[in-house]
Write a protein that binds this ligand. Structure first.
Ligand SMILES: Cc1ncc(COP(=O)(O)O)c(C=O)c1O
Length: 392
C-alpha cells in the first residue's frame, strides 16, 4: 500500500505552471528572466470589473455561500452572453459555474468518463486534458498533428482512432498550444462525425474572442445543433477579460450532465467565491471593448514573434491564427546543435539565455516550443533575441 494513492501519484505536475513558477522564482531571486511560459494576458482586469468586486466585498450577502451551481444572475448572464457571442442557445439551468475553465474541464471529464472509456485527444493538446481523463480511469487516445496540417485533426484521423470504447473527443479552437483555428466547415464536419457515431464532444471555447486576420471562431453545437445532447461547452472569464486570477469558468451541457456535475461540485468546492462571481457577472454582462484592445496588442506581438522566430536557422513557425501562442518546431535546431530533445533545449535556454519557454513534451509533441505572446512588446523582442543569439 503506497503512501500516495496511485491515481493521484500518477498525475504529472502542470508543465506550464512549473515553467512559469521557475521563471518567477528566478525573477524573485534577482535574475533577469524573460518568461514566455504563462498562459495569461499581461493586462489588468478592466476597472469596471474590479469595482464590481470591491462593491461586492462590502455587501454582506456576498459573504455567504451561493448555490453550488453558481449565482442565478451569473448563470443567466452566461446564457445570454453565449447566445450573443457564439450563437449557442441554452437556458441558465444548463450552466454550471466552476472554479475556472480548468475546473470545468475536470468536472466535465469526471462526469462523463468511466473506467476504460477512450477519449480522443488531438495533439498538441493542452497539458491539463490527459490528467483528469486518467483520474477518471479513462484512456487518452492521442492523435498527433503537425505543422503540415496546421495542427488540425481531420475526420479521417478521428475515424481511424475510433473504437467501440470511444466515449468522447476533446476539441479546442482557437487552440492552446498551437494557435490553430479550425474553419467553420472543419468544425461542422467534425461535429457531424461525432453526432453520427454517438461520440461526446467536450469543446473548449475559452479563446473564442482571440482570432486574427480572417480566421473566425465557430462553436460546434451552433453549427451542429443536434449535437447539443452529447456536447459540453467550456468557457471562462480568464482570457477574455484578463481575469486568470479570479478563477471563474463554466460548463454548459445537457440537463442530466449539469445536474450530475453540480452534485459533484456540491461535495468538492461547494461554489465559486461569491465576490469573484459578482466580478464575472460584471464582465460577461458588459461589452467586449477590453478584449478588442488586448487583441490589437496580441496581433501586433504575434506578427513580431512570428517574424523573429522564423529568422532563427532550423525553426519552422506557422503564423498563429488565434489564442496567444506560437508553436514553432525546433527540430532543425536540435539537429544542427546535436541536442537530444526540446526538454533539454528548454533547460539550456533558461540556464544560459535566461528565457523560459515550455517544451513540446508538455503537449504531447516533442520537437516544439510553446511561446506565449501575452507579454510586453519589449520583453518579447529581447527574449527572442537572446534565444537567437544563444542558438546562432
Ligand atoms: C485551452 C484552455 N482551456 C482552459 C483553460 C483554463 O483557464 P482558467 O482555468 O484560468 O479559466 C486554459 C488556460 O490556460 C486553456 O488554455
Amino acid at each position: 500500500m503506497g503512501r500516495i494513492a496511485e491515481r493521484v501519484a500518477a498525475i504529472a505536475e502542470s508543465a506550464t505552471l512549473a515553467v512559469d513558477a521557475k521563471a518567477k522564482a528566478l525573477q524573485a531571486a534577482g535574475e533577469d528572466v524573460i518568461g514566455f511560459g504563462a498562459g495569461e494576458p499581461d493586462f489588468p482586469t478592466p476597472a469596471y470589473v474590479v469595482e464590481a468586486a470591491v462593491a461586492a466585498c462590502r455587501e454582506v450577502r456576498n459573504h455567504r455561500y451561493t448555490p453550488a451551481s453558481g449565482l442565478p444572475e451569473l448563470r443567466e448572464a452566461i446564457a445570454v452572453k453565449t447566445k450573443r457571442d457564439s450563437g449557442f442557445e441554452a437556458p441558465a439551468s444548463q450552466v454550471l459555474v466552476t472554479n475556472g475553465g480548468k475546473h470545468a474541464v475536470y468536472a466535465s471529464i469526471l462526469t462523463i468518463v468511466d473506467e476504460g472509456d477512450e477519449v480522443l485527444l488531438p495533439a498538441p493538446y493542452w497539458t491539463t486534458y490527459p490528467e483528469p481523463i486518467r483520474l477518471a480511469g479513462g484512456v487518452p487516445v492521442v492523435i498527433p498533428t503537425d505543422v503540415t496540417s496546421g495542427f488540425k485533426v481531420t475526420v479521417d484521423q478521428l475515424e481511424a482512432a475510433r473504437t467501440p470504447r470511444t466515449k468522447a473527443l476533446i476539441f479546442v479552437s482557437p487552440s492552446n498550444p498551437s494557435g490553430a483555428v479550425y474553419s467553420p466547415a472543419q468544425v461542422e464536419e467534425i461535429g457531424r462525425w461525432a453526432l453520427e457515431h454517438g461520440i461526446w464532444v467536450i469543446t473548449d471555447e475559452i479563446y473564442e474572442h482571440l482570432t486574427y486576420d480572417d480566421n473566425v471562431f465557430a462553436s460546434m453545437p451552433t453549427l451542429v445543433p443536434e449535437l447539443a445532447d452529447t456536447c459540453i461547452v467550456l468557457n471562462g472569464v480568464a482570457k477574455t477579460y484578463a481575469m486568470t486570477g479570479w478563477r471563474v469558468g463554466w460548463m454548459i451541457g445537457p440537463p442530466d450532465v449539469i445536474k450530475a456535475a453540480t452534485n459533484l461540485q456540491s461535495h468538492s468546492t461547494s461554489n465559486v467565491s461569491n465576490v469573484a462571481q459578482r466580478a464575472a457577472l460584471a464582465a460577461v454582462a458588459g461589452d467586449l471593448t477590453a478584449v478588442a484592445e488586448m487583441r490589437t496588442a496580441f496581433d501586433r506581438r504575434r506578427k513580431a514573434m512570428h517574424e523573429m522566430l522564423s529568422k532563427i536557422e532550423g525553426v519552422e513557425c506557422l503564423l498563429p491564427e488565434g489564442a496567444f501562442y506560437a508553436y514553432p518546431s525546433f527540430e532543425g535546431v536540435l539537429q544542427r546543435l546535436g541536442i537530444p530533445d526540446t526538454l533539454t533545449l528548454a533547460a539550456k535556454i533558461l540556464d544560459e539565455a535566461k528565457v523560459a519557454v515550455v517544451p513540446g513534451e508538455a503537449f504531447g509533441t516533442p520537437g516544439y516550443f510553446r511561446f506565449s505572446f501575452a507579454l510586453g512588446d519589449d520583453d518579447l523582442g529581447a527574449g527572442i533575441q537572446r534565444i537567437a543569439e544563444l542558438l546562432a
